[in-house]
Write a protein that binds this ligand. Sequence first.
Ligand code: HEM
Length: 149
Amino acid sequence: MLVHINMAEQRFFSMNCLFLIFVCFLGLPNVIQSDSYREFSPKDIKEYDGSDPEKPIYMAVKGVVFDVSTGKDFYGKGAPYNALVGKDSSRAVAKMSLEPADLTSDVTGLTEKQLEELDTIFQSVYKAKYPIVGYMSWTVKENASHKEL
Ligand code: HEM
């Protein structure tokens, strides 16, 4: 038996098909991926400062939280760059400084050169070497999308 459908119904079905294709192949993986990232408050990330050997070591740069556990010799307890972890250390990275006042995400007043340096290290060290586990909560509020980070 032949079933006749009119133009409006045809359009309705093809729109639904397009929607399903979008959700299955484009939309869903993005949703799953973004759900797997965690949002960190300064207190949350502090737990991962290398003082507990059972826990991974996390460090944030430009609001992006990286698992730097494989760099334990740099960042673990007693290691030279341990002061940088368990927090967002963008300012310290930009200035190549371990001064307590620079152990912050605040990049106010830095020179163009220091900000460029921060971007370079962000890309060539952190994004290249370490997996992203989440974002600092202030980054999530400021950016509707993480794609450019
Ligand atoms: C005399 C001073 C310093 C020397 C000789 C030095 C030396 C080095 C060396 C040789 C590496 C590369 C190690 C490797 O890839 O195997 C390195 C990496 C690094 N250094 Fe320094 N450094 C100094 C000061 C600093 C300071 C003040 C900072 C402050 C932010 C800093 C932050 C870093 C970071 C973030 C890395 C990358 C670690 C990684 O790959 O995860 N360094 N340093």
